[in-house]
Ligand binder design. Sequence first.
Ligand SMILES: NC(=O)c1ccc[n+]([C@@H]2O[C@H](COP(=O)([O-])OP(=O)(O)OC[C@H]3O[C@@H](n4cnc5c(N)ncnc54)[C@H](OP(=O)(O)O)[C@@H]3O)[C@@H](O)[C@H]2O)c1
Length: 276
Amino acid sequence: MGEAPVHTLDDGTTLPAVGLGTYPLDDAAAEEAVAGALGLGYRLVDTALNYGNETGTGRGIARSGVEREDVRVTTKVPGRHHGYEETLASFEESRARLGLDYVDLYLIHWPLPRLDKYVETWKAMIRLREDGLVRSIGVSNFTAAHLERLERETGVLPSVNQIELHPLLPQEELRAVHAAKGIVTESWSPLARGREVLEDPSIAAVAADHGVSPGQVVLRWHTQIGAVPIPKSADPGRQRENLDLFGFELTEQELTTITSGRRRRFGGDPDSHEEF
Ligand SMILES: NC(=O)c1ccc[n+]([C@@H]2O[C@H](COP(=O)([O-])OP(=O)(O)OC[C@H]3O[C@@H](n4cnc5c(N)ncnc54)[C@H](OP(=O)(O)O)[C@@H]3O)[C@@H](O)[C@H]2O)c1
């Protein structure tokens, strides 16, 4: 396998170019998947309080035998815990479940603008970073307007915005905003959940030309546009495939072909989606 490059975040920490998603694995399945993936060479793991698998994720990390300092663990504060004190308390719950002294990357899971508490939540994230309990802070599902408000009201930008991003939703405008502000883009549902994109004939043709799988083509597209995909797989063979992305390179033409199909969002609209 070619070496996976790393991104340097605006706070000086590093983030591997690809990670492992864990939704919707339960604790037992997450423990297996995370331990197996770390054994294969993954060094970035994505969970959330709302996935109900932080305990299993933490057990998988412990069982893997990989040095704590070498793993980047991400978790997220849910909508029902928005607010300053609520976020500090939610973080302690997550940290206890994970069984860790610190979390590498802590994200606000959704902005919930109608609730209008994401700025207070962000202030608590800043405090957690100052206290050394979290190495890096970021958000998920934030629009350009939400990012600008955090910057205006706190002076601190997220290091990462984890957004729905795949060939059916390439997010050119938001990625340009991230690039201008020095925010790293993480892609959730990077394989568009595995079906129609992976069966697309034009993607299959690119895969055949490179002697790789359609999943590898789609994940390589993410890395070449500068985004960090976090594909979920509980299957050791597909986990290995999803990490083996750096032995081939897509051409500009191929990058364009991959996003030439129709547009579709699988998850909620960040301006209105409410998930507590
Ligand atoms: N921040 C947010 O709001 C948010 C929202 C959704 C998801 N996420 C995060 O993003 C992660 C990934 O998103 P996702 O799970 O929705 O979708 P995804 O990673 O795009 O797709 C996962 C599906 O694709 C299959 N798969 C994985 N690798 C494959 C390959 N190489 N070839 C064929 N099929 C493959 C998996 O099955 P097998 O397990 O059988 O391989 C699974 O059914 C989640 O696990 C979660 O950590 C975050």
